[in-house]
Write a protein that binds this ligand. Structure first.
Ligand code: ZN
Length: 302
């Protein structure tokens, strides 16, 4: 497959930092993903670095107190336990930079039709609390920013991470121009789900053919129904059969087919699409980076 060396990619070197390698959350995966993408020969002057993040822009969608308490390490132990990551300044730097990266990716997608972020998809972050390794919600931030500025009329957030996009759903519940759709494993985290505009809860151990059918039917329906200016695509790879936190039975090839299909449908419909990597859990860190690289490789195939 010939890969497009001009595919806009967004990455910041602060995304990965020195972190406990035994932690469930693989903090090194962003740097490893960047290496994978470089290895594909598609990370040249098409690579864009977002601005270094700070708390203020996130006040657009988050509670001001929460954002500043998080930034200054003033959240209590319970709130930090719910997030599941130990506070540090490098963690804050990457956490507040990634939403800028998703916003930048969306703007590049609006200009070029297609763009990929080598991070993003922190969909369990709510207005005033974080959970499940997510502290600030890049998807809600990006949608709200673009709608408010008039850069888009409407956005579809198409969340295919294996976990339901509860934070995004709750944060955008009253934003009529952002449509949230989550296709996830029903019997998985978060156990208390916030309703998206469309939720499709899948049975445990679902396999490729059935899964791909649901994804395709849903996306085609939504593109036609909503005619969005932009799709924000959460390409979580925790749908994989051997993922540490997933409960579906999707093969490696099934992930490739899914990502190809999502890009293909959006491009056929002339809808701009920006992808974020979403979740993925694996003790084998190289294999995890390879899994996250699938979405970039599929995008570069167009
Ligand atoms: Zn997930």
């Amino acid at each position: 497959m010939r890969l497009n060396p001009h595919l806009p990619l967004v990455y910041h070197s602060n995304y990965s930092f020195s972190f406990d390698p035994k932690h469930r959350f693989v903090m090194s995966k962003f740097a490893h993903l960047y290496e994978q993408v470089k290895g594909l020969g598609i990370a040249g002057n098409n690579l864009v670095e977002p601005i270094w993040g700070s708390p203020e822009p996130l006040e657009l969608v988050h509670c001001e107190n929460y954002i500043h308490d998080l930034w200054h390490n003033r959240l209590d132990e319970k709130a930090m336990r719910r997030i599941g990551l130990p506070w540090s300044q490098p963690l804050m730097d990457r956490t507040f930079t990634a939403p800028q990266g998703t916003l930048q990716t969306a703007r590049l997608a609006l200009k070029h039709g297609l763009a990929c972020h080598l991070a993003g998809g922190t969909h369990h972050a709510h207005t005033d609390f974080g959970s499940g390794f997510c502290m600030v919600n890049d998807l809600a931030f990006t949608a709200q920013t673009l709608i408010q500025s008039g850069e888009v009329t409407n956005v579809l957030i198409f969340d295919l991470d294996v976990h339901q996009g509860d934070g995004t759903a709750a944060m955008l519940a009253h934003q009529p121009y952002a449509y949230t759709c989550s296709i996830h494993c029903e019997k998985n985290f978060p156990f208390r789900k916030s309703p998206s505009d469309l939720d499709i809860g899948l049975a445990n151990n679902m396999q490729d053919a059935e899964y791909l059918g649901v994804v395709d039917d849903t996306l085609q329906f939504l593109l036609k129904e909503l005619n969005p200016d932009l799709v924000l695509y959460d390409a979580g790879v925790d749908i994989w059969q051997d993922d540490g936190l997933g409960k579906l039975d999707i093969s490696w090839d099934g992930i490739k087919q899914r990502d190809h299909l999502v890009f293909k449908r959006c491009l056929e419909h002339n809808t701009a699409i920006a992808s974020v990597i979403g979740g993925g859990y694996d003790r084998d860190h190289t294999r995890l980076a390879q899994r996250h690289a699938i979405v970039i490789e599929q995008a570069a195939g167009f």
